[in-house]
Design a protein around this ligand. Structure first.
Ligand code: DHB
Ligand code: FE
Length: 284
């Protein structure tokens, strides 16, 4: 049977990808950001998963105002890095896991979450920057990745509670897959940031750190945060944080198991316009 053994949480920022691709990681501005991921890169090598289920958001790259799936699962054999205006990032293509992805689609849809099934999609910085932060610059990503895109760009967006419940359904789906697979689930995006309007540049360290505390120790309370609080407290793009609740909902303690171990916690401001947060939680 397949098992979710750990969850990883990290912000994404396109400028982080550019800093890495252009060899700027040791510049004073970027060095502390990348330093915060040294532990995670080693941890990935020491705890190599068979598959990463990567929850992220597309930024009007694969989708647009023409088509807005709330939850979309990538079932293809591979996914190309997207061209977001400067050419595709020079990173490996993403190899999918069609068998596990189709099984999760079947199981989660039968648990009453209506997923969109995507057989062709390019993946933008929302997916490739977290992979770069956790894996560095390899020739190929260390394992297959199932992209799971959440609409947090065009209103209406799903609530944190819905995301948390969906995470629980994903855990059940993974555990009903016959093959022995070690699966990690990643929740990405956030933390506080606002890219537009009079409050552009907003960062809220108190909210972010309280969110990290809640996510670790009281995920029910984190799942209860209403949509408007994210927008007020963490800025219009801070709503990306609801994706972290999908990964957290898939952890064992939510289903009555033991509390996860906190292997890594990191927080840094600034990276571009965003507060960078990063956690690694391990199931025991
Ligand atoms: C930035 C952050 C994002 O989440 C994003 O999608 C684009 C830009 C930024 O901080 O610049
Ligand atoms: Fe974003």
């Amino acid at each position: 049977m397949a098992r979710i053994t750990a969850s990883v949480y990290t912000s994404h920022v396109p400028a982080i990808g550019a800093a890495l691709d252009l060899g700027k990681t040791q510049e004073p501005y970027w060095q502390p950001v990348f330093q915060g991921y040294e532990f995670g890169k080693q941890w990935m090598k020491d705890n190599k998963p068979d598959v990463v289920f990567l929850v992220y958001n597309d930024h009007a790259t694969a989708f647009s105002l023409e088509m807005i799936p709330t939850f979309a699962i990538g079932t293809a054999a591979e996914f190309q890095p997207a061209d977001e205006g400067w050419g595709p990032r020079p990173v490996p293509k993403v190899i999918g896991h069609p068998d596990l992805a189709s099984h999760i689609a079947q199981s989660v849809i039968q648990q009453d979450f209506d997923l969109t099934i995507v057989n062709k999609m390019d993946v933008d910085h929302g997916l490739t920057v977290p992979l770069s932060l956790m894996c560095g610059q390899p020739e190929a990503w260390p394992c297959p990745v199932i992209p799971f895109a959440v609409n947090v760009v065009q209103y209406p967006v799903p609530s944190g509670r819905r995301c948390y419940n969906l995470g629980q359904a994903i855990r059940k789906a993974v555990e009903s897959f016959d093959e022995d697979l070690n699966v990690h689930i990643w929740g990405t995006g956030g933390m506080s940031h606002q890219l537009q309007g009079p409050r552009a540049g907003l960062i809220n360290k108190d909210f972010d750190n309280a969110f990290l505390d809640k996510l670790i120790n009281d995920p029910e309370a984190a799942a209860s945060i209403p949509h408007i609080d994210y927008v007020r407290e963490a800025g219009s793009e801070g709503i990306e944080l609801v994706m972290w609740l999908i990964a957290r909902g898939a952890m064992a303690d939510v289903a009555g198991g033991a509390k996860p171990k906190v292997a890594q916690r990191f927080y840094h401001v600034p990276a571009s316009n965003t507060a960078v947060g990063h956690l690694i939680l391990e199931n025991s």
